[in-house]
Design a protein around this ligand. Structure first.
Ligand code: SF4
Length: 223
């Protein structure tokens, strides 16, 4: 591991994770270098990050559609109850997803079709009856995978330092704030490997300054 880290200043290989469909998974320097305020927590999320919806694996889209009757039970009257309007009509190739294809949820009234007026996700609400219904990247947010590299998908809510917006200097790292999300993404062994990488990184000379992370996709998260 230490030799591989030395070979790449901006990302590091990962081996002990459960995303077997990504052959050469890496983790971005941003995961280790980005800082957050002491009070930062996903429990402070305002769900503004849901405004562009989320990309989901087409197999998960099919699961959601198959469970439409359950989901509708959790929707408010004014929400879109027609499953044919829950996803965009066209999917696209994306190797960060198990099937290799992804599709975005539809946007209704300026936010994801699954977000209700209380800023709660109905897929999340329906999980009591159907565990795992909330999209994978929604549960992982703001941790994401971009072209096979674990990174942060921040800057959707530039004022929300209480949940995901980085600061120039802060008491916490992404491993401190988002350990449950990283464990969801990579498994417990993946988090342990991240901590080993973090320790190796700490023992190396400082890397040159990196640009701040920027949004890279139409949202992959879940509040
Ligand atoms: S958590 Fe994900 S699926 Fe749920 S409302 Fe937000 S973007 Fe949509």
């Amino acid at each position: 591991m230490s030799d591989s880290v030395a070979d790449d200043e901006k990302s590091y290989p990962l081996h002990d994770h459960h995303l077997q469909y990504i052959a050469d998974l890496r983790v971005s320097e941003q995961i280790f270098a980005t800082r957050f305020v002491q009070s930062c927590s996903t429990s402070g999320c305002s769900a503004r990050c849901c405004r562009e919806g989320v990309l989901v694996d087409i197999a998960h889209r099919d699961r959601v559609l198959a469970e439409a009757s359950l989901i509708i039970q959790h929707m408010e009257p004014q929400q879109e109850h027609d499953p044919s309007r829950w996803f965009e009509p066209h999917d696209e190739p994306d190797l960060d997803y198990p099937s290799g294809r992804a599709v975005n949820t539809n946007i209704v009234n300026g936010t994801c079709v699954f977000l209700d007026s209380r800023r709660l996700c109905v897929l999340h609400s329906a999980e009591a009856a159907s565990p795992g219904l909330k999209p994978f990247y929604c549960r992982a947010y703001p941790v994401a995978i971009d072209h096979g590299c674990v990174t942060l998908d921040v800057d959707w809510c530039p004022e929300d330092t209480q949940c995901c917006q980085p600061v120039d200097s802060g008491e916490q790292s992404a491993l401190d704030v988002y350990e449950p999300e990283l464990a969801h993404l990579l498994g417990d062994s993946g988090v342990r490997e991240l901590r080993r990488v973090a320790e190796i990184r700490r023992q190396q000379p400082p890397a040159p300054d990196l640009p701040a992370p920027t949004p890279y996709a139409r949202d992959r998260r879940e509040g």
